[in-house]
Design a protein around this ligand. Sequence first.
Ligand code: ADP
Length: 486
Amino acid sequence: MLTLSNPSLLCSQLYINGEWVNADSGAVMPVFNPATKEKIIDIPNAGAVETRRAIEAADVAFQSWRNVVAKERSAVLKRWFKLIMDNQEDLAMLMTAEQGKPLAESRGEVAYGGAFVEWFAEEGRRVYGDTIASNNATQRIVTLKQPVGVVAAITPWNFPIAMITRKVAPALAAGCSIVLKPATETPLCALALAKLAEDAGVPAGVFSVVAGNKARDIGGEMTGSSIVKKLTFTGSTEIGKVLMEQCAGTVKKTSMELGGNAPFIVFEDADLDAAVVGAMASKYRNAGQTCVCANRFLVQDTVFDAFTEKLVAAVKALKVGNGADDGVTIGPLINDAAFDKVSSIVDQATSNGARVLVGGEGSQGEGENFYHPTVLVDVDDSMDVYNEEIFGPIAPIFKFSTEEEAIRIGNDTPFGLSAYFYSRDIGRIWRVSEGLDYGIVGINEGIISTEVAPFGGVKESGIGREGSKYGIDDYLEIKYLCMGGV
Ligand code: ADP
């Protein structure tokens, strides 16, 4: 039984137009703990009808929220940020219960997620237009930036708070209203965020949450609606492509944070101990279930054995178990499908000649969704570990011999979200940074996410940037005023 010091954060209703409601049909959906597979709670299972109602309410709310001055919107967001941090421990417990990540990581995510709210409370006050010199002496040219309007957001389960706040906070700061569909697996953090937003004074209809497992119905309503002017999505490239197609009918703006296949390159001049620390953080955080996780380790032949040995030693020190237990560093995978995918990726590699140095198996008594952290060698580019986003605690290590080869292999994927490399040669650092076709490059650094920097991908990893001074642009339209007869 999940006991919170603020029990009002365990919400069992949808939040639509400032009211806590059930699904019209009365249908409910269970939310499970992935570590124990026990049911935490039932919540209403929303569909198209509830989504439409939330969108219509957002349309009405937008007309007044857009006219609230930026300073006041900022004050509301600051209150929301404070409430998130005041309730950090409860939110972390909720997150570990529904998502599985170790409690220390959940606490970190609450702070990271909250940081977007604080950041955009500040950035929302710094939206500027331009004056432009006209070619005509009797004209003046000015630009305004205005909120795009009603936004729909669809978010994944791997970061049940941060993926929401980095969409909702800039939307609200810019003056937009927003309807959120959180991941089916992790609606509880989303509803708790809505509760705190309500307490912070976000007006009715400005932020609604429609949770449920009928993703296609909810998504179809969002993408088909002519009221919704923008869709912001974080999830798989496969679903991102479907949603982009659906948005074409009403020519919506879209922001897409999609999958990755990050190379993690270790050059012979690297500090190998630092590279192992970065590798552990990048690969094994959240049990390998992040879109910026290192996916392919590329290690120069001269340091291959030394790096591999150090990495294996570090992996052996990880502790697998229920994220709520002390000292656990690797929690469960999110569900059966995730477990099956990870096991089949490893099996496909080993049956084609890959060697397991550590791990390579599921539960050793922890429970059905657990997969032990794994290191694979003797891998090649025909294997799924090379071509697919693994989304699990599996590190395949490939060998290269030259810098050009490392860049070529690094870029040999349709994805372009994050890449990492370790080197101490300043010339190489510039060449490789410029040569990697990625939106984010970590240099001698395995953790790159922060609210102050622009997060986003190129190629099939997405469109748009979240966080930083650029993150609010995704929620603003530029209007050009041409004033004649001056
Ligand atoms: P993941 O593998 O991380 O779950 P998905 O892309 O499947 O990635 O899911 C990300 C989000 O998109 C979740 O909220 C999920 O419920 C939602 N989703 C999945 N399929 C659809 C769809 N056809 N339409 C709208 N949303 C969808």
